[in-house]
Structures are given as structure tokens and as C-alpha cells.
Design a protein. Sequence first.
Length: 467
Amino acid sequence: MPETSEEIYSSLRQQFKGDLLRPGSGAYESARGVWNGMFVRTPGLIARCAGVSDVQSAVRAASGAGLLTAVRCGGHSLAGFSTCDGGMVLDLSRMREVTVDFEARRARFAGGCLLGSVDTATQKTGLVFPSGVVSHTGAGGLVLGGGTGWLTRRFGLSCDNVEGFTLITADGSVVRANSEENADLFWALRGGGGNFGVVTEFEVKLHPLTGVVLAEGLTPETGIRSLLKCWRHFMAEAPLDLKWNINLRLAPSTNNIPEALRGKPVASSSLVWTANVEAGRPYLERALSMCSKDSVSSKVVSFLHLQTMADSDFPHGRRYYTKSGYFAQLGDSTIDQMLEAANAIPSSETIIELAYLGGAAAQVGAKETAFGDRSAPFVLTLLANWSEASEDAGNIAWVRGIFNQLRPAMKPGVYVNFMSGDEQDRVPEAYQERWDRMVTVKSHYDPNNFFRLNQNVSPRKLSTKSP
């Protein structure tokens, strides 16, 4: 494979407008790093593309040679799919153009954009694109997997707000996909991940919003059970303008945390209200009444603040491992199991995240996009977050252990963006009755499975082989 990388470098260097980085070159070391510190890989070549023609050239060369290729936007793949050993990394980080049409409430953004790139551009006109919660996340990977965040209940998933894609397929062709042109591909790209090509441009809908009410509070261990029992019923009747996430975690030992809670299991509530401040007051007050009074805050913040406030909690270089799933109902025994698990959390940065879907996301029919189940409103994510490689085994074992305990109560389904790299067997579960259609689209656009560093849908002729 190193020899193949060298051959591709030689074939590309005359016409390539971007940067071709090889081991030993000055910029290579910084360019090969990805967000999840568990994945320290040594690609044979990093092709940092300057534009669409570079993407085409790199894909044609690598595909023709059968070279393992990873596609990287922000490098945030939890499963480490943004890099590889020996092969090529197709790096889109130089492609971050965003254009906004205020009158039409539409935007186009290039395949290398980070969420922060999009947010900064759209907020100049007071508009938003519903996306994730960490600004240094790559927009492309997030959107292709579905895309959830603070505005999911109000405006739907990120992929629900895409009106068109431009991508480079495995043979180097430029293909457009929207509701009228290549409609099956358009369907598959909205939730199907990076299985079909390299998306170089997204055309998206925008919505007016510049600020929100942000309310936060901590509930001590003795009150968590009551809080979750309230939350599961409260959110079923809550308006679309309310997003209420609850994280079970160990309270940080910092000055802004009440001393009695530091280092102990708590439920951390984060609520976002997107409508009139006064209209949201009763909902926020009800939720905050179940938190310790000295931990509560409520304020109006800018959308850009909201979108960056979690950045420092998930920095580059730490080690991350996840498992995720859905519950149709959040039963008492499930709550008890989560409370028991919270007492055994191995890292102070690790969380048991609970989000309530519903709202605009649930109003999109199950057959309209490739994205998985929308009917089960409770989304669980076990997100381990630690710093030392020596602690890998303990953190991974904790995630796997609690997931196995909770899984019997879950509804089949999983969100591909929250999957780790050891869950290929769950990929059909992500798409369920949509699986055959996904395989058909994959078989047409990528029959040799060139784009396989993802939560992979194997094309039909390769379905008996390991991806």
C-alpha cells in the first residue's frame, strides 16, 4: 500500500492544486491528526483538496488503484473513519466556502465546512441551519448521518433541511442529487452517511433565529429518579420550541458547582427555548424546580454562543467511545439501571446523555429519508470521554456493560453518527426496512465499495464479503 500511495502522489502532483502531504513532510504531522485521540494513524498520502477538480483527480486515482481512502471534513468521526493506515486521506479542509441567500432563506456550503463556518455565515443575516452542538465538527459528516442538535425539535434534523447535494462518485463523476434529479440518491444521502461519494456542496434551507433562552441546572442523585419520571411525561406534551437534554454524570469539582455536589452523580439539565421569552417561562421554571437552587441559571444567549459552549468539553485529542440507541418508553427499571451505572462512571468527563426527539424531526415520514427510526422519542447516548490510553479498557468496558444491560428495553435502531467502529453488525439495524433500498443505491453508485470507511452498506455483489 505505501508503494501505491507513492504512485498516486506521482500521478497527481502535476495537476493537483491543493497540497499533497507524505510522511516526513513538514505539514504532514499536524495534518494527520483527528479529533478522537484513540485513532493515531499513518496514511501514506494526505490529499488536501483545493476544489472539486482536486477531489475528482484524487478519487479517480485512488479508486483505479484500489487504494484504501478515508474522507475527512472535520475529522470528528467517533469511529475513526476520518483516517487510515497506509492509504490516502482525502482532506476537504480547504473547501469551506459558504454563500447565503437571505431573501430565499437558502445557503450553499462546501464539503469541508465546519459547523462554525456555516453558523458564522448564516448568522450575519440572522438565519440558522439546524445542526450539531460542537462548532469544530465537520458539517458534511454530521449532515450525511442525519444531524441532531439544539434545533432538532423546532426545525428537524440537519438532513431534513437539505435540498440538494453535489458529489463526486467512485468513478470521479460529478453527480447532482435532489428531489427531481437522482431522487433515490437524494433519499439515501439524507442519513446514509459517506457510503455514496464525496459531497462537495450542500444546498440547504435556513430559518430565522438569532438568540435563545438557555437554562441549566443540576439535580443531586437523590432527585434524579423523580426528575427522569417527570421528564419522560413532560416532554411528550412540550411545544416544539423546547429542547431539554439530561446528562447523568459526575459533577465537576470546579468553583461554579455547589460544593455539596462536586464529584458526585448528578443529572445535568440543559434547556433551550427558541420562541418568545415569556411564553417559555412556565416550562423552564417547571424543569428548573427539580434542580438544586444554587445550581440554576437562565439567560438569553446568542445562537453563536449556544453553538460554541460545548466546544471545550469535547476537545481534539481526547479519547471517545460511544454506544447509542432508542427507547419507545423510558421505564422505571431502565431509569434504575442508568442510576446504578452513573455511580460507576469511570471518568469525570463521561456522560449518559438522554435527549427527547419528537417535534419537527418526528413529523417527517419514516420512508422519506434514509435516516433511521423517528418514532421512538427517547435517544440514549453513552459517551465515554477520557485522556489516557491506559484507561481505555475500563472506559470501553463500562460503555459496553451498561449498553448490554439496557439494550433489551430498547427499540431496534441506532443513529449512525453515534456509533463506534466495532458496530458494523448494527448497520442494518440503523436502516431497518430501508436496508434493501440502501443496498440498491449503494450498488449503483459504488459497486466496488470504494467508499467503505464509514458505517458501511456493502454493495450487493460484495454482500458476502467483509467490508
